[in-house]
Design a protein around this ligand. Structure first.
Ligand code: XMP
Length: 516
């Protein structure tokens, strides 16, 4: 892999993604990893990321000079560039003036790193210190007002660095420079593709699972669907998928899993109809956290019972189910410390946590992937667009989008309104711009309206379209008025219980995406 050394800012994940966009596999390691630990991963190249520190700050992370003796190509970016300059004997100084934002650089000598770049360009900078003298043996490629040395390289040692951030879109030629490093500097080839990921993961899953039995809980979300499809590709009928229909799903969702998903993958599916059970458990409950706990608890009970049935049914692949598939993604792995191969189950992907007495080993074929890569793998596996491009949907489902008690009638109302909103957003081609658009039913609120020549006394629904990169923060989406108008007209015409449509214009923070 190409290792991206994380110096503690937001940049490492972005760099890792950009490297992968160049079809080269990358992984993130913390800056506390020793040179031996990094070399143990047999890196094809190493990228030192930017970070929030000044190289002068007390306790600022430094780079072990031994890294540069390992004959692995290295690219330092921003803080990583300065730390590299310092470790190799160059000078870094406080300039007193910060360069922040779009900055002009002159490129007197493109060298290898900036091959194909014009002699002047605009780049994105964010730094207070600057490299004043390059280490011996290094060519200075670029300069700016605040950075006498803004980029350098030592071609024979395959060491490169730049003060600006090539990974952000505000450096228009940034990706080009990164690719110069990867392809020219490090001599790598662009062969990391969805097809190769599938082949590699299929092989891994086969090795891990052998001829044992595996189960997977399908939530209807993208991640569990793609994970299941991959494992099915690897071990076929050793896999049984369990789909719990808790009645809190969107319109058409159960059918999509039961027919489209099965048709596309040939997966062995066990559907549990638990709609009545969930409604009974939720009767009279209005507190959001209580709802979540009840839904989580019932889900686990149902899933557990289904798993026991799969075990009892035995079949060709032995009595025991040893493995559970989870759709864990790379950002979760990085955020939880990046540990390798967690052994026992800690928490179910979508809901609370499975009890300790149900011990499975985890199969996590998406552990190395970002969300957009999961989608590419899903398409590669032949899953339909409707599954691959679906909006994120919370485990507790529509249960936390009905403000008030959850009843069968209210679920029908919300399902109908939600289906219209989704249909119109898709028709307007907005699916890939919008992260998700919850529709929320304010079931205990009523307002007066007029329809035809009659007075109505119905409920409002709230549209909550948001754009986001990762759901940690979000902004409300500026959906065109015409689209909002169509959604509003259709909902109030086609769903008799709803007589008002409101728009949520709150960012996150302070508002969360879901209302409960
Ligand atoms: P919030 O409401 O916290 O939601 O801004 C962030 C993202 O997480 C989804 N979400 C959940 N997903 N189980 C899930 O699997 C849950 O209990 C849950 N609650 C919220 C939400 O849809 C959004 O994408």
């Amino acid at each position: 892999p190409v290792l991206v050394v994380d110096f503690g800012a937001q940049y490492a994940q972005l760099i890792a993604r950009r490297v992968r966009e160049a079809h080269v596999y990358s992984e993130i390691v913390p800056h506390t990893a020793s040179v031996e630990q990094m070399l143990a991963k047999d890196p094809a190249a190493i990228i030192l990321s930017g970070g929030p520190s000044s190289v002068y700050a007390e306790g600022a992370p430094s780079v072990d000079p031994a890294l540069f003796e390992a004959e692995v190509p290295v690219l330092g970016i921003c803080y990583g560039f300065q730390a590299m300059a310092q470790a190799l004997g160059g000078t870094v100084a406080h300039t007193g003036s910060r360069e922040y934002g779009g900055t002009h650089v002159d490129v007197p000598d493109a060298g290898q790193l900036l091959t194909g770049s014009p002699t002047e360009q605009s780049v994105w900078m964010s730094h207070g210190d600057a490299v004043h003298a390059a280490p011996e043996g290094f060519d200075v490629l670029a300069t700016s007002t605040g950075s006498p040395v803004a980029a350098f390289e030592n071609r024979s040692r395959r060491l490169y660095g730049m003060q600006w951030h090539p990974e952000v879109k505000h450096s228009p030629l940034g990706q080009h420079a990164l690719e110069n490093f990867l392809y020219r500097g490090a001599g790598l080839t662009a062969d990391w593709t969805a097809g190769n990921v599938v082949a590699e993961q299929v092989e891994r899953v086969r090795q891990q699972v052998g001829d044992a039995r595996v189960i997977c809980g399908l939530s209807g979300g993208v991640d569990s669907a793609v994970a299941a499809a991959l494992v099915q590709r690897a071990v076929g009928d050793q896999l049984t998928c369990v789909f719990v229909d808790h009645g809190l799903l969107r319109a058409g969702e159960a059918e999509q899993v039961e027919t489209d998903f099965v048709a596309a993958t040939g997966v062995q599916l066990k559907v549990v109809d638990a709609r009545e059970q969930f409604l009974v458990a939720l009767a009279g409950v209005t507190d959001p956290e209580t709802k979540r706990k009840i839904i989580g608890r019932e889900f686990i009970r149902t899933f557990e019972a289904a798993a026991r049935e799969v075990v009892a049914e035995g079949g060709d692949h032995g009595e025991e189910v040893r493995f559970l598939v989870q759709g864990t993604l790379y950002p979760d792995v990085v955020e939880s410390g990046g540990g390798e191969g967690a052994a026992n189950i800690k928490s179910h992907h979508n809901v609370g946590g499975l009890p300790d007495d149900l011990q499975f080993e985890l199969v996590e074929p998406l552990r190395t992937l970002f969300k957009d890569e999961v989608r590419a793998v899903g398409l590669e596996l032949g899953l339909p667009d409707a599954i691959v491009w679906r909006q994120p949907f919370p485990g507790p489902g529509l249960g936390i989008r009905i403000i008030g008690e959850v009843t069968a009638e209210r679920l029908e109302v919300l399902r109908a309104a939600d289906a219209i909103a989704r249909e119109e957003l898709t028709r307007a081609g907005l699916d890939r711009q919008i992260w998700q658009c919850p529709v929320v039913l304010l079931a205990d609120v009523r307002s007066v309206g007029v329809q035809g020549d009659g007075r109505t006394y119905g409920h409002p629904v709230v549209l909550r379209p948001v754009s986001s990169e990762d759901a940690m923060t979000a902004d409300w989406s500026r959906v065109p008025y015409e689209v909002l108008a169509t959604i509003s007209t259709r909902i109030t015409n086609e769903v008799p219980e709803v007589n008002r449509v409101a728009l949520d214009v709150t960012s996150k923070p302070p508002g969360t995406i879901e209302w409960e």
